[in-house]
Every structure is written in C-alpha cells, then in structure tokens.
Design a protein around this ligand. Structure first.
Ligand code: FHN
Length: 608
C-alpha cells in the first residue's frame, strides 16, 4: 500500500485529472474525502500477505457469508409491464434488460417501501445458517443508493415511499454487530443512472463515487468492500480501468487500512484487491496467488423474482460450502428480499438446514478455520479439509459394510485416531498403497455428509529459520545490465508496484528490474510448489534449476513450478523480475503438503 496518506484536503491525483469532491446539484456539500497517498517511485502497495495477515484472518477463518441483493429493482419483483401490456422479466438487471425509460424507473422507485425490512430477522437467518459475515448491495448497477447519501437524491431516503427516519444499512450494521457478524458492503462501479457515467464526464462521476464510498466507510465501518461492475461494457460505456482500481484501493486503504477488498475493485485480476471472486461456480482448484470467495444464488436470481422457485437444497448448499472450505475458499450465499424487505421463506429454510448440519456433532470444524488439506489428495467419495493436525473427511458416498474409503497421502504422516462425528462407531485406519484405508464400522449419520475426523501427526518441521531475506540488486533498466542502482536486503518478495510505484525512490516506475539471490530453507522434506504473480517477466531458479520462466511480457500472471526439497538444507535461490511499461507486480509464494500457500517468509530466506 502506498505510504499512508494523511487525511488532508481532498485532492486525489487521478489519471483523469485532480479529483475535487463537489456535490452534484441538489445535494448538500459532501464531507471532504481523505487524500490518497500520492504514488510514486518507491511505492509498494502490498503491505501484507492476505494468506497470513492478521488483517484478513477473519475472512480466511469465517469461510461462510451471506450476500443480500436488495435495491430499487426489488420493488418490481422480477417483472415490468410495458405500456403496450407486454411483460418483461428480469431481476436486478430489469432497468437495462427491459429498457425501462429512466423516468419510468424513477417513478416505480418512488413507490418503493420496504417497511418490513427486519435487520434482526435477517441477521438471525444468517446466524441460523452459520454465516459469519454479510455483504449487502449498497448500490447496484441502477445507481440507487440504499443509504441517505448526500451525493445525490437517487436513494432510499430521498426517492421512495419508505420511512425517512430509517436507515437500513445502519439497522443491519447494528443487528449484525450485536451478533458478532461482520458487515460488508457491495458497491457497483458501473452506474446506469448517473448522467456523468460517461467517458467524457467520468471524473465528475468519480467525485460522487469517492464521496459515497467515504460516506459508507465513515458511517457504517464495513469490514469488507465488495466491488462489482468493473468490466468493460456499453449502454452506458464503462470507462473503469486498472489505474482507476489502483487509485481506489489506495483511497480506501487510506480511509481504513484494515479493509478487505475483492478483486473487482480493479479489473477482477489476480493482482487486484485481496481475493478472487468466482461466481455461480465452485472452482476445482484451491486458488493460486490470491484468496478466493465463490458467490452464488440460493435459487436462480440475485434480486427477488416472485416466481423463482428454483431453490437449491440445503444438502447441495452444504456440500458447496464443504467444497469451498476444502480448497481454502469462502462461500458467499445470496438472499433476495422482496419489495417489502421480507426474506423468502424457502431461503431461510435452506439456510437453517445448512446451519443445522454445521451445528450437529461439531461438524462445523470441517469449515470454520479449516482449509486445503495439503497432506492428502481430494477423494472421489467426498471432500477433505484440514484444521491444524485434524483432517475432516466429509463423506457423501458412504462405503458398503466393511468396505474402506481410500485416502491418498501426499507426504508422510501418522494417524493417531479416527472417529465419526456424531457416532461412537469404530473406525479402522490402515496404511494401504499410496495412503490409508479408512473403514467405518457403522452407518452414515446423515444424507448430506458424514464427517470422519482423523487426528494426525504430520512430519515435524525444522525450527523456524532466522533469515533476514534475500539480497536484492535493483536495476534502472529491464535487461538487468550494468551495475545495480540499489543493493539491499528484501525480507520477502511481495510487491505490487502497480502503475505508480517502483522498488525504490531512485528507480523509475517503468523499465526496471530486480535480481534477488540468496538461500532458501524449507522446513519439511517434501515437494514444494512455488507460485509467482508477476508483471512483466519472471524467472525463478532453486538449487540452480530453472523452475519458473515466463519471459513474454505479460499482465498479472500466475506461474508455478515444483521441486523436492529437504528440510533444514539451504538451497540457492535466484529470482529475476523485469518491468517494461504499465503495471508491475512480483510476488513469490510457496506451498507444500504441510505448508499452506503463503508469501515465502523472511525467516526462511537468507541473502548469502
Ligand atoms: O451484474 C452483477 C449481478 O447483477 C450480480 O450482482 C452479480 C453478483 O456477484 N455480480 C454481477 C455479475 O457478475
């Protein structure tokens, strides 16, 4: 992150010229926005490793959140009657997909009155599901703000039939906080309603957008910002760029350094924000180079549609949650309240079914603070997650009497004990082939997933190293020629220079390169996967072997290479990165059966 900007008068240096926050006509003056730290040579926006940082610990541990799509579109409940009597159907995209004239849409929004919006009931539904955080749409693509923004009058306070003394985001914040549930806010960059959301007057739109975001952060203190609508689009044209994303992340982290931000703040890349956002799918992988969260509808639509009864079963939703947890991912499951603010009963029923499973027999241990089980491969009879020295095998296909479940081991470990959560049946574990055979003596405890807990003793790690980092030779050219301009020790290789930054103040933001050298000391004897997130080129040698090479200048790219290493040995390591033009990134992560993915820690790196 840029060196912390002081909250001073409000000029933010933007690619599109200085940003002076002035209110739109008709709105009262917005409070000044904090200044974003002016980027420049020497700026590194990566201030921590989301895989290990305290800042993102709650996000990694909580695993399960509630998404809420609620806005002016909800007032139509999925259907718009055209003047000719024909009917057009859609949910939160109804204004655009049904080509509703702006004045018509505004007219319908003026009747919006979610008088039955009950924050406590919504939080109770989240709690009954076991959801640990909530993300509410504060402003969707239709530009309608669900809080009393001062940036314009297109909002639930000034343009509705709702009680003008109520603030549903404040109500939700208070209700969530009372139950220990974190509140996140969704905000769409793409705006179909704001007249300045065009390429020619985009700076004016950004003035209001930055003003609104400051209101949200100042007034509701969200733990997370969920951006959306970052993609290139027309009707209206979306001019949002990755440079805009860089500036916005800086601005937000100057307002709140602890904020967790998704990758749609930029252009939905592995280099944007803290985590990736696969949507309506449960990825097979475990996310390389970035944390991730899969968001999904509970029926077929994000916003409320009166006749959408395509409800997913509690069992399927629970298995989706188990799958994401077993791959170090989070699951953000959506509800869409109706025009009165009520949560459809089938939603709460499915959510409760999930919570009942989690609360039963301590089965939630397979989800909360659990993650990718590097020591074993995922089986075909269910999914396995790991939490500390416990493996949680969630079995979907229970074996026939006396038949084993086979688990392939990726490294050596011993099994000290095995039990079925919620049952006192005997579980026999025997070494077999490339892993273990697990044979339960009794029946499954439930049709969704029966959990077998295996307590293991993994290989003992060597003592943590006392490394100080790698020798860095930094060149003011992208050929790594001549003498390095800067020679120093870098504790880790965790750099997001983006457009505005560079490795040092005397290194330009373009055409530079770095060579890191030294030794790396693994703590386990096993195969290590090294992952780089780089822009423009990268090469990595370990023990003299070239294990990663991507020399074609590229935007943020993930490259991987693996090598068997022996605990306690120090291996030579050399990493070369070059930046030509545009954005620049260089991160070096590792993982192994016993090491969760992380930026290679300083303790295991030495400059000589
Ligand atoms: O266009 C939106 C859509 O309406 C919904 O909000 C989803 C939820 O992640 N996001 C966008 C589509 O990717």
């Amino acid at each position: 992150m840029a060196t912390r900007g002081r909250a001073v008068a409000l000029t933010v240096a933007l690619a599109t010229g200085p940003l002076l926050l002035v209110p739109a006509e008709g709105a009262t003056a917005a409070p000044p926005a904090a200044a974003a730290a002016a980027p420049g040579p020497g700026t590194n926006y990566a201030t921590d490793d989301p895989f290990t940082s305290e800042r993102a610990a709650w996000f990694r541990d909580d695993r399960f959140g509630m998404f809420i799509h609620f806005g002016a579109y909800s007032n139509l409940e999925g259907e718009y009657k055209n003047p000719d009597g024909s009917v057009c159907r859609n949910a939160e995209w109804i204004m655009r997909e049904c080509r509703i004239p702006k004045d018509e849409y505004e007219k319908q929004a003026a009747t919006f009155n979610p008088q039955d919006f009950d924050a406590k009931a919504i939080v109770a539904a989240a709690k009954s599901a076991g959801q640990k955080y909530i993300v509410l749409t504060s402003k969707h693509h239709d530009g309608y703000a669900m809080w009393p923004t001062k940036q314009n009058s297109w909002n639930l306070r000034d343009h509705s039939s709702f009680d003008k003394n109520r603030d549903i985001i404040a109500e939700l914040k208070q209700a969530a906080e009372a139950e220990g549930i974190k509140l996140g806010l969704y905000y769409s960059i793409w705006d179909w309603h704001d007249p300045d959301f065009t390429s020619s007057s985009f700076p004016k739109y950004k003035e209001r957008m930055y003003g609104q975001l400051k209101e949200l952060i100042d007034n509701y203190d969200p733990a997370l910002m969920w951006f959306d609508g970052e993609w290139d689009a027309d009707r209206p044209t979306n001019p949002w760029t990755s440079r805009d994303g860089e500036e916005l992340q800086t601005y937000l982290h100057d307002l709140n350094p602890d904020l967790v931000i998704n990758n749609r703040v930029g252009k939905r890349r592995v280099t944007d924000g803290d985590y990736g956002t696969p949507e309506q799918e449960i990825p097979q992988g475990s996310g390389e180079g970035q944390l991730w969260e899969s968001c999904m509808t509970i029926n077929n639509n994000w916003g409320y549609v009166y006749d959408d009864n395509g409800w997913k079963s509690g069992a399927q939703l629970t298995r989706n949650l188990l799958h994401t947890s077993s791959r170090n991912g989070n699951y953000l499951l959506n509800i869409g309240p109706d025009k009165r603010g009520r949560v459809p009963a089938p939603s709460t029923a499915a959510l409760k079914e999930m919570g009942d499973w989690l609360r039963s027999s301590g089965q939630s241990a397979a989800v909360y603070k659990a993650g990718f089980p590097g020591v074993v491969s995922q089986p075909n009879w269910g999914v396995v997650s790991q939490s500390g020295n416990d493996l949680y095998a969630s079995v979907y296909q229970w074996p026939g009497a006396g038949k084993p479940l086979h688990l392939t081991a990726n490294t050596g470990f011993t099994v000290n004990g095995a039990s079925v959560l919620g049952s006192d049946q005997k579980v026999t574990v025997t070494k077999a082939g490339d892993g273990y055979d697990i044979t339960p003596a009794g029946d499954a405890t439930n049709p969704t997933a029966t959990v077998i807990k295996l307590s293991i003793t993994p290989a003992a790690p060597t003592a943590e190293g006392n490394g100080t980092g790698l020798k860095a030779e930094i060149f003011d050219n992208d050929q790594l020629t001549g003498s390095p301009k800067v020679t120093r020790t870098d504790p880790t290789i965790n750099y997001a220079w983006r457009f505005g930054g560079s490795p040092a103040e005397n290194i330009p933001t373009e055409h530079f390169g770095t060579r890191w050298t030294g030794t790396i000391e693994p703590r386990y004897s096993e195969k290590y996967q090294f992952t780089t997130v780089s822009d423009d080129t990268v090469r990595v040698w370990i023990d003299g072997k070239l294990i990663i090479e991507n020399m074609t200048p590229h935007d943020g790219a993930v490259d991987k290479g693996a090598i068997e290493l022996e605990a306690g040995k120090k291996y030579s390591i050399k990493v070369e990165h070059t930046e030509q033009t545009g954005e620049a990134f260089m991160k070096l992560l590792w993982s192994s059966p016993n090491t969760s993915q992380q930026i290679v820690p300083k303790s295991q790196l030495s400059p000589n």
